[in-house]
Design a binder for this molecule. Structure first.
Ligand code: AQP
Length: 334
């Protein structure tokens, strides 16, 4: 069975962007077609400063978010990255395969490092190389992600190809990004040209998975829009990023296409559409947030799930690391 791998950073609370762009699609990929492996990438999170207590809490809350959204920890392998040391070990090998120039071209590096690159961590620069290791340590072939991760996945392919060429082997597979659906890029509620993000200083820019019904309704009511009515065809959303964003969110939450949504709501004003969207969002998200809160009451159980997931992950990762070391020429004890 082909393997699916994806991860989310415990660098803050989950947003609607993470849910629609990633977790909801992770749930869809569970089933007989794929072996699914989902990870809380804590080693990635610390590429920028994380308060240790907050990191621990965010990791557990993220695990609760996965399960509350429908990831079954029996069917999928669910774990946190630092408990499977093979990620970091393969990441080091890939640091020696990847080129500085490749990393320098990454838009996430440029955005996150900002003007003062000299002051960014070395880990932030090497982020995509560790991400390639996350995927390839399982020989995963399918990686569901949001649009913003496309460039990193291309780099993962480049690393796999260069490794195979350098050592004259056909060892690492070339992975396929799976970027599908209406919400591969959920935008800020305050600015339809900016990605909705955990780390945006404005809480009004995003819907958090832990927001209550009132907060969700208020954020949608205050979301930026334009004065025009909704179009009945998709072309009518061109040049209207805020309108497009709300329609995309509606479509993704309702499991409909954008065309279907516009056929239904075309001609309506935002003052009519926003309450519809708020009601839909609350009906889909509040069961998840209450289940998250319930799961967070038993942290020992969450820790057991993560430890068990890590054990299962290592069964796959350990032999692949051993073979990699062998290909590279490391002397082993066996
Ligand atoms: N706005 C988004 N729309 C669609 N997908 C999104 N993803 C993130 N934001 C959106 C997808 O969620 C997965 C996990 O992302 P991540 O936590 O590893 O990192 P990120 O992309 O950096 O997320 P944030 O929320 O923007 O965090 P910060 O603010 O810390 O940088 C990925 O599949 C991503 O595509």
């Amino acid at each position: 069975t082909p393997r699916v791998f994806s991860g989310i950073q415990p660098s803050g609370g989950l947003t609607l962007g993470n849910y629609l762009g990633a977790i909801k699609r992770f749930v869809d990929m569970q089933g007989p077609k794929f072996a699914t492996i989902y990870c809380m990438v804590d080693l990635h999170a610390i590429t920028v400063w994380q308060d240790p207590a907050a990191l621990r809490r965010n990791t557990r809350e993220l695990c609760a978010g996965f399960i509350a959204s429908g990831i079954d920890p029996e069917q999928s392998i669910l774990f946190n990255q630092s408990q499977v040391p093979e990620h970091a070990q393969l990441g080091w090998i890939f640091n020696c395969v990847a080129r500085m120039g490749w990393m320098q071209r990454m838009t996430q590096w440029k955005d996150k490092a900002g003007k003062n690159q000299q002051n960014a961590s070395l880990g932030l620069f090497a982020y995509p190389s560790l991400m390639a290791a996350d995927i390839l340590i399982y020989h995963a072939t399918h990686v569901p992600v949001g649009e913003d991760q496309k460039q990193h996945l291309e780099l993962t392919r480049d690393i796999a190809i260069k490794f195979n060429n350098d050592f004259g082997v056909d060892f690492f597979p070339v992975t396929e990004p799976v970027i599908e659906g209406a919400a591969t890029r959920v935008m800020s509620l305050r600015d339809g040209t900016k990605k909705m993000s955990k780390s945006d200083p404005s809480d009004m820019s995003r819907i958090n998975m832990t927001d209550d019904a009132d907060a969700i309704a208020q954020k949608i009511r205050k979301a930026k829009t334009d004065p025009d009515a909704l179009p009945s065809e998709i072309e009518g959303l061109e040049g209207r990023p805020d309108a497009r964003n709300l329609v995309n969110i509606y479509a993704a939450l309702a499991d409909q296409s954008v065309e279907q949504v516009l056929a239904e709501v075309g001609g309506k004003q935002f003052r009519e559409f926003k309450p519809m969207l708020a009601e839909l969002a609350v009906s889909k998200l509040s069961p998840i947030s209450s289940e998250m809160a319930r799961l967070m009451n038993d942290q020992a159980e969450i820790d057991r799930i993560l430890a068990r997931g890590a054990e299962r992950a290592r069964v796959i990762a350990e032999p692949i690391l051993r073979q990699t070391y062998d290909i590279v020429g490391m002397v082993s004890s066996a």
